[in-house]
Design a binder for this molecule. Sequence first.
Ligand SMILES: Cc1cc2nc3c(=O)[nH]c(=O)nc-3n(C[C@H](O)[C@H](O)[C@H](O)COP(=O)(O)OP(=O)(O)OC[C@H]3O[C@@H](n4cnc5c(N)ncnc54)[C@H](O)[C@@H]3O)c2cc1C
Length: 492
Amino acid sequence: MTPTFTRFTLAYISRRFLSTTACRLSKKVAVVGAGPSGFYTSLNLLKDNDPSLQIDMFERNPCPFGLVRYGVAPDHPEVKNCQERFQDTRKDERFKYYGNVTVGIDLKLKELYDNYDIVVYAYGSNKENKLGIPGEDDHPGIINSKAFVGWYNGSPEYKDLDPPLDKVKSVVIIGNGNVAIDIARVLLAPIESHWKMTDISRHAIEQLRKSKVEKVTIVARKGFLESKFTNKEFKELFELYKEGVYFGGWPKQKFVTLQDLKLGRVDKRRLSLVNKYKGLLEKENAGGKTPRRVWYLDYLKSPIGFKVNRADPELLEEVIFRDNSIKIERIPNTRSYRSIITPTEGFSSINCQLVIPSIGYKCKPLPEFKKLGIPFDEKKGVIPNVDGKVIGRNDSYCVGWVANGSRGNINSTVMTSGLLAEIIQEQLNAKNNNIDKPGRKVTEELLGKRNVNVVNWDDWTTIEAFEKMKGKESGKPMEKVTDFKEMLNICK
Ligand SMILES: Cc1cc2nc3c(=O)[nH]c(=O)nc-3n(C[C@H](O)[C@H](O)[C@H](O)COP(=O)(O)OP(=O)(O)OC[C@H]3O[C@@H](n4cnc5c(N)ncnc54)[C@H](O)[C@@H]3O)c2cc1C
């Protein structure tokens, strides 16, 4: 018998024993959400070979992986590689995946607390931030980034979005984080050389083929130094010149002093990227070529309204801004600068048919939080916590975007979930779990009588194999199933 076999056999026998004794002796952890933060926390907890540990992960979608599946851009397959790591949980019998189970609806939060030692909130963000401008929710010429990203990533929620790209020449993206850059790439990069071989949704490819988009302007309220994108993503956009997409320019006159500042490494690099690529379009033009697709940066503009296109009410005519002024000053005793942004009396507009606000996501509390005394900071959109431990609770933890706000990349969840797992382990080991809890139910028992089609790991494997098989037919890594009902049909 190999040591691994012995370990797993013992773990199996002890689990069988535990399940026949109403979960006596088991340390039960419920993880709400199957995004990167939920998976990394689970993987870190499983590192400790404690056979009495049992992790049940609940995910509202049939499919796991959260924003790795429905957020990360299709041309970033290297980022999505973490999914392979998450699948390692499959090998551990102490871990169970319950897909298609919405906590708060299919399974009440109170039931989790009654039946688990610890609840870990890893449910990410569930809403997009709003501009607060009348009409932004009900005009087809204004599509928020969450919807647009979900649409090209094959999220069933947005599969019927149908953005009118066949009629749009100019798009304004409001906000300048990495999501805005992703969206600009999707709108501008050519299908054949860039998107065809990715896992972008089939309906997006079809619509992008008909696209008339020639110009994309990324607009921000603040200044260049406050740009939210990372230099890596910024460079990626410039590099699209190799595929015929050029940087058209930026309002340099607004930032004349930048060259004279002693900028830090990141800002210096950012400025050097603009300087490096800014002449390429002129060169093309001088050579008699007129690139069809060009992107621009704009700053110091706060959107205040939209003008609808009279000829085609499905489209916009322009977006109207209040202009802001900027004063850059050094923060005393540091090498950093701060920009003081002030609204002016000036207004401006950009001609466009489509606006995509991309100003971040927001986390919301789960329905039973108030009743159960789970705190939530509505303003920050987070569960108040110290190193992931929910303030005022001994049995609750949070991780990822719902713990830190909807910012930060997957790597940051790797670090925080490692630390969190240690804290949870300490608590589980300190807690006296050797008391019989006769009322405690196993999850199948809880869900059994309800009309919930639970998707387990084997079911997900079937769906995933189907997606890969479909992808192979069209030379893509996968063709995502864009209907949750169809997913359930495939695996049942
Ligand atoms: C458009 C976009 C592009 C991005 N690109 C990158 C990138 O290129 N590289 C990078 O490193 N990071 C990227 N990120 C950031 C990265 O996606 C996040 O850091 C990460 O996904 C946060 O993980 P999370 O687990 O906290 O949340 P999520 O990934 O949102 O996962 C939360 C999960 O919880 C589930 N859930 C919600 N409510 C419930 C409920 N009531 N019951 C059960 N389940 C529930 C959700 O369905 C979801 O699956 C991107 C983000 C966005 C929005």
